[in-house]
Design a protein around this ligand. Sequence first.
Ligand code: PMP
Length: 349
Amino acid sequence: MSWEENVRKVIPYTPGEQPKIKNIIKLNTNENPYPPAPAVEEALRNMDADAFRKYPDPGCSRLVNAIADFYKVDKDNVFVGVGSDDVLSMAFLTFFNSNKPVLFPDITYSFYDVWAQLYRIPYEQIPLKSDFTIEPSDYFRENGGIVIANPNAPTGVELSLSAIEEIVKRNPDVVVIVDEAYVDFGGESALPLIDKYDNLLVVQTFSKSRSMAGMRIGYAFGSKKLIGYLSDAKFSFNSYTMNMPSLELGALAIEDRDYFEKTRSMIIKTRERTKEELSKLGFVFADSKTNFIFAMHPDRPGKELFEYLRQHDIIVRRFDLPRISEYLRISIGTDEEMDTLISVLKEII
Ligand code: PMP
């Protein structure tokens, strides 16, 4: 008998690389190429470090109220966490507590199976169709919960709101999590459904459309009852998940609606232009509603393209997993960065 037998072992999630090298074009972790809203930098400069002597507000009211105002919901419908990873992890822990399997697609955010393994939650990965779309009826069966990233990652493909609603409606006995990390780049949010279905949790993040991946702010919407259970789990785990700067800076970011609208439409425009350029080079990809394009080239192995880009100081993401190992997930950067990407790809194709 060794102490190691009783260790909670898990194979961890591998985050995308954060290289130390400067002047690299970083298109591998779907970060936003534009800075956060101007008020964020100003507030950061004027921050009083003496305030850090005290604990932050455990109820996170400044940030929760700003989110509730922006989305026109009640503050009791909002939960915040340390990035949506923290929110999702807490939701898995809170809501998936049955012997029946939790269902999610085979190709999706690769953290879901890690949390399921960590918490010993049984799960089943449902294959996406060959065009990477979800068949809603695959989720009309007995289960212990459902998680759908919408739009999905790393495919970029959106499932219609009516299909999402059908899945939620057919599963009143379990919690359905809709992970909307990328919804602001052209998807349709399931937020309006939370009043109708008390078993729906909609999760979003500041990491993509609000340019604050480094601040670690995520949030979720749900019925008052659902958010109450999530809060009980959070307060049984760590009262102070959110630090003082993220509460203040997150609120300032969300209050600047114009900047948010401006930067997200710039990214959408750049994405659409990049799609055209990639198509001209012979790349194939499903239509992306996110800030990345998941593309493959019929004549060039994914690994070769990945390494070629890397040699030219451009990092994209490639998953060495069944069905998708030939694909590159290319985050949308600035117009200039995408022009460089296209010209480097032209050299090899
Ligand atoms: N969900 C999906 C689908 C993602 O791609 C990511 C980003 N890796 C996350 C959630 C987590 O993002 P964050 O913790 O930065 O909010």
